[in-house]
Write a protein that binds this ligand. Structure first.
Ligand code: G3H
Ligand code: 13P
Ligand code: ZN
Length: 333
């Protein structure tokens, strides 16, 4: 058993309480590689922002669970080396699919886990979430649960279409499970294709897709039922069109990729939404930088040559999200 406290990590409890009160959101960035981890730490130190580094089941499979855990430990030491006296870094399991996966993460040093029972029948979601909460709280690990299903694929959780969270269920669910935060469905979805073109309108001048608005009425109804309770938004990448353009004009093929407009995320961050999940935008930043680099330097083959601009671009993106969208800059300590 490795406690996250020995690794210098923190759980989400205090961080979320401050974020809800302060009207900002904590960034939850997914990471699979060393470059992503370095960029996340650099961005959070430079902006003085608390940060959640999250690991999906796919990331654990890709990078190896032990390596990722040591990378998170390294992230704390790296932040200190960069001049941050008291880093606030959470190591979080994203979309945990079973009690066993959550337990394995808690036992190996995670400070926060998500149990995603959103595809299960309501009572089964409650049962598995409660079981995870009982175990996690013994070790002061915080737990995120999910009610309502996002459109698209959530690791192994699939749904034909988005089923918004039912506000009338949230009090019963949070009371009976004891979860520390709740991911809700208000129209976001995972990946770089959040809406089908037929769900959007098209800007007549640029031809770009304009997505439909998020269901803020559902968010407001949830907030009324659970005042001050930490709410989480998944699928919150904005799919920056400048990256899509670079990718598409340098050999890539991402037709009609579309995300959540940043002004909607800014509005969400000011509410009880205190954790905003971003993965796809970092993938796009990395891919755009690498494609551009290869187009300009076809003779390069040392990974450091193309991963350096990729890492710099991700850092720029993370800083932009922290400062201009979530408002978590300057909130350390
Ligand atoms: O919610 C999904 C995250 O973007 C993680 O994606 O399962 O491909 O690592 P992944
Ligand atoms: P995006 O695909 O919009 O980045 O969402 C990531 C996410 O929700 C991770 O859990
Ligand atoms: Zn997610």
């Amino acid at each position: 058993m490795v406690s996250y406290k020995e690794l210098g990590l923190v759980n989400t409890r205090e961080m979320f309480a401050k974020a809800v009160k302060g009207g900002y959101a904590i960034p939850a960035f997914n990471f699979n590689t060393m470059e992503q981890m370095q960029a996340i730490v650099q961005a959070s130190v430079e902006t003085k922002s608390p940060v959640i580094m999250q690991v999906s089941k796919g990331a654990r499979k890709y990078a190896n669970p032990t390596i990722l855990r040591y990378m998170a430990q390294g992230a704390v030491e790296y932040a200190k080396e960069l001049g941050c006296e008291k880093p606030e870094i959470v190591l979080h399991l994203d979309h945990g699919d079973s009690f066993e996966t959550c337990k394995s993460c808690i036992d190996s040093g995670f400070s926060s886990v998500m149990i995603d029972g959103s595809s299960l029948p309501y009572e089964e979601n409650i049962a598995v979430t409660k079981k995870v909460v009982e175990y996690a709280h013994r070790y002061d690990v915080t737990v995120e649960a999910e009610l309502g299903v996002l459109a698209g694929v959530e690791d192994e959780v699939e749904a034909e279409e988005s089923h918004y969270t039912k506000p009338e269920e949230v009090i019963d669910f949070s009371t009976r499970t004891g979860c520390d935060s709740l991911a809700i469905s208000i129209g976001t979805s995972h990946g770089a294709y959040k809406f089908k073109p037929e769900q959007c309108t098209r800007d007549p001048e640029t031809g770009l897709l304009i997505p439909p608005p998020l269901a803020f009425d559902v968010l407001e109804a949830v907030e009324q039922k659970l005042p001050g309770f930490p709410i989480v938004l998944h699928g919150s990448s904005s799919v920056p069109q400048e990256y899509v353009k670079i990718i598409n004009t340098h050999g890539g093929k991402l037709p009609d990729a579309v995300g959540i407009p940043e002004e909607q995320l800014r509005k969400a961050a000011k509410s009880a939404v205190c954790k905003i999940n971003i993965d796809s935008d970092s993938r796009l930043a990395m891919t755009a930088a690498i494609r551009l680099h290869f187009a300009e330097h076809p003779e390069h083959f040392d990974p450091r040559q193309y991963l350096t601009p990729a890492r710099d671009e991700m850092k720029k993106l993370y800083m932009h999200k922290i400062v201009n969208v979530l408002g978590s800059d300057g909130k350390l300590g």
